[in-house]
Design a protein around this ligand. Structure first.
Ligand code: SF4
Length: 306
């Protein structure tokens, strides 16, 4: 973000102190890992090399990644492997429900790889997972974080909404100017339209979207993304620092300071989001259960005022 006049990170992309995290060593971490392997489930926590894995897994909060561990896209920011995915696992929905029960999850986040190879983009598997969770752990609230279902978004979103998730999350990831290099297989306005469509179909479903900063975006471009999200009636904005997973991925253009995150959060709140989470380590699913409760309370408070 040139506007902030931040120093260019060194060639080694050394992280500043505010984003250092401890190596995961707890018993809870080991148990979560063992459960995921036993149930043959992938997690975005591992596949995306999330820096919060030690904290989240210690609390047995894991974000399940359905439809396998191989993505049909190759985004410049993402660590998930690209290739021809394996066939869809018919046991996956029940396994996700078993994981939610064994981890004692009050709130689960389910995401997936992009499956452009499937006629429905994988929407049917999201539906089956939601149904399995409702059957087996009816008190668990469900947040789904979906791909953009390129060229089949309307049908996919309709089917998923029919299954009734509590939160529909889809990340815009970055500002539109950077899409050709950072998210080349996707279209900014298609993603916005997808989120707008969720609210149009069922305004009771909370919508959520996130952006990474530190990819070279300008501050005013981020403000514009916030405005676009509010025009699509998105309830919850998450913002976090982009971290380069491997040297093959896009370089960090800037390590955004915690103060700048606070400034972004203040502007976003003023623009009318029900909830904003913005910090260097914020990720879509970070503290998702607690944030769901806050979002629900914020909506009730707003409705009571109206
Ligand atoms: S922030 Fe989300 S992806 Fe990262 S470890 Fe926590 S649950 Fe997993």
């Amino acid at each position: 973000m040139t506007e902030a006049l931040a120093p260019t990170p060194s060639p080694k992309q050394r992280k500043p102190d505010w984003i250092r995290v401890k190596a995961p060593t707890s018993a809870g971490f080991a148990e979560t890992k063992k459960l995921m392997r036993r149930l043959n489930l992938a997690t975005v926590c591992e596949e995306a090399a999330c820096p919060n894995i030690g904290e989240c897994w210690t609390k047995k909060h894991a974000t399940v990644m359905i439809l396998g561990d191989t993505c049909t896209r190759a985004c410049a920011f993402c660590n998930v492997k690209t290739g021809m995915p394996r066939p869809v696992d018919p046991l996956e929905p029940e396994h996700v429900a078993v994981a939610a029960a064994e981890l004692g999850l009050e709130h689960i986040v389910v995401t997936s790889v992009d499956r452009d190879d499937l006629p429905d983009g994988g929407a049917g598997q999201f539906v089956k997972v939601i149904q399995a969770l409702r059957r087996n752990t009816p008190s668990t609230t469900i947040e789904i974080l979906t791909p953009d279902f390129r060229n089949k978004a309307d049908a996919a979103v309709e089917a998923i909404i029919e299954a009734g998730p509590d939160v529909y999350n889809h990340n815009l990831e970055t500002v539109p100017r950077l899409y050709p290099t950072i998210r080349p297989g996707a279209r900014y306005y298609a993603s916005l339209r997808l989120l707008e469509g969720v609210k149009r179909h069922d305004p009771r479903i909370f919508t959520k979207s996130g952006v990474m900063v530190g990819l070279g975006e300008e501050r005013l471009e981020v403000h514009q993304v916030m405005d676009d999200m509010r025009s699509a009636d998105i309830d919850f904005l998450t913002m976090g620092q982009y971290l380069q997973p491997t040297p093959r991925h896009a370089k960090v253009a800037e390590f955004v300071t915690p103060q700048t995150f606070n400034a972004y959060a203040a502007i976003a709140r003023a623009k009318g989001f029900l909830l904003v989470a913005a910090s260097p380590l914020t990720r879509s699913s970070y503290h998702a259960g607690d944030d769901f409760q806050k979002m629900r309370a914020a909506r009730e408070a707003r409705l009571a005022k109206a």
